[in-house]
Design a protein around this ligand. Structure first.
Ligand code: AHM
Ligand code: MG
Length: 357
């Protein structure tokens, strides 16, 4: 940088400035470079995590391509199978799941995979297992696929707790609370393909440059703005079956001279991404018919709560931090209240006043 500055002050034209003038970058700040730089800060690091992340980036890129081609390639519609959640699997759900499973298994760094689309975990035989466990929702927001609204992939990365020489134990290794997460992130297939990732420190955002096929870092420290925009995001059609405290919060949002704005995409990735960028609150609380809400703990609520907390926000189940909820099964659900602390605290106070938490 200093050399380039000195050269330009002398009127020289550097090769980097020629490239920049042509709209090119001869030194792109890729996500992979960022991860390798982080790896170098830990001399004892094996490089396994960097390889694991490369495989996740590959799965996301392959899924981004499938999402973009879906209309033309006839990939809309259902596959004809009902998944473990009782939902119709869409063709793109199946393709995205294959992308993740294939990329992760071939990384050789995983011991167990947990997918929203698979009834049981994939346990890698001990002689081929790595140390990581990845729980993922390969394509979240399935109801928005056909109408070309933003959808995404969500992933959560744990380290196994059992002996590396044995096959993973589904309960001990797979049912770890979110406080044990090593890293988590999502990839949003929106107007641009954006990956947001946290490896335990800051939350970093990167954007897929389609000409390079690489994620380029666009924000090394994504923080929720304080106090954040006054936005609430909830499927309000179900409001009457939600806790009284949530109903009171929504009523307050609409009350007074300066009401909150309502924004609800119906894709968790998009609704959480907006909340991280602008502030406000996203809720998918318990309802009368679903006491644990709709969203799955391991591969939806936990990874998003991890990102939210590391970006300066809060994430609660209504009873405790989402990250402290003990998983009861790989597909268990959890109520979600996350976003700006101002708003999350307000909801929790109203739930407490109603004797609901
Ligand atoms: P999915 O994993 O089958 O796509 O379901 C999860 C999605 C979330 O992305 C979103 O927040 C929620 O379901 C929307 O549900 P609803 O249609 O009830 O509002
Ligand atoms: Mg989902």
């Amino acid at each position: 940088m200093a050399a380039a500055a000195a050269a330009s002050s002398l009127g020289h034209v550097t090769s980097a400035s020629i490239a920049r003038a042509a709209g090119l970058d001869s030194d792109p700040a890729t996500l992979q470079r960022f991860i390798l730089t982080e790896q170098c800060k830990h001399p004892a690091a094996s490089g396994d995590f960097s390889l694991l992340m490369s495989s996740i980036a590959l799965a996301c890129k392959a899924t981004a391509v499938a999402v973009k081609k879906a209309g033309i390639a006839g990939l809309y519609g259902i596959e004809g199978v009902v998944n473990v959640q009782g939902e119709d699997q869409k063709k793109l759900d199946v393709i995205a799941n294959d992308n993740f499973v294939n990329a992760l298994l071939s990384s050789t760094k995983v011991a167990m995979l947990i997918s929203e689309e698979l009834p049981e975990p994939i346990v890698v035989p001990a002689d081929r297992a790595g140390k990581y466990i990845v729980a993922f929702d390969p394509l979240d927001g399935s109801s928005n696929i056909e109408c070309n609204v933003s959808i995404g992939s969500i992933f959560a990365i744990y380290e196994r707790t059992t002996d590396l020489k044995t096959a993973c134990d589904v309960e001990k290794d797979g049912l770890q609370a979110g406080t044990k997460l090593v890293a988590a992130g999502y990839c949003m297939y929106g107007a641009a393909t954006v990956m947001v990732l946290c490896m335990g420190a800051s939350v970093i955002a990167s954007t897929l440059d389609p000409s390079l096929g690489e994620f380029i870092i666009t924000n090394k420290d994504l923080r929720l703005p304080t106090p954040g925009k006054r936005i609430y995001s909830i499927n309000e059609g179900n409001l009457k079956s939600m806790p009284a405290g949530v109903q009171a919060f929504v009523a307050e949002c609409k009350d007074g001279a300066k009401p909150y704005s309502l924004r609800y995409v119906g894709s968790m990735v998009a609704d959480v991404h907006r909340t991280l960028c602008y502030g406000g609150i996203f809720l998918y609380p318990a309802t009368a018919s679903s006491k644990s809400g709709k969203l799955r703990l391991l591969y939806e609520a936990n990874p998003m709560a991890f990102l939210m907390e590391h970006a300066g926000g809060s994430a609660s189940s209504g009873s405790c931090r989402i990250l402290e909820v003990e998983p009861k099964g790989i597909h268990c659900r959890c109520p979600v209240i996350m976003g700006s602390p101002r708003d999350v605290d307000n909801v929790l106070a109203k739930m407490a006043a109603a004797g609901e938490c």
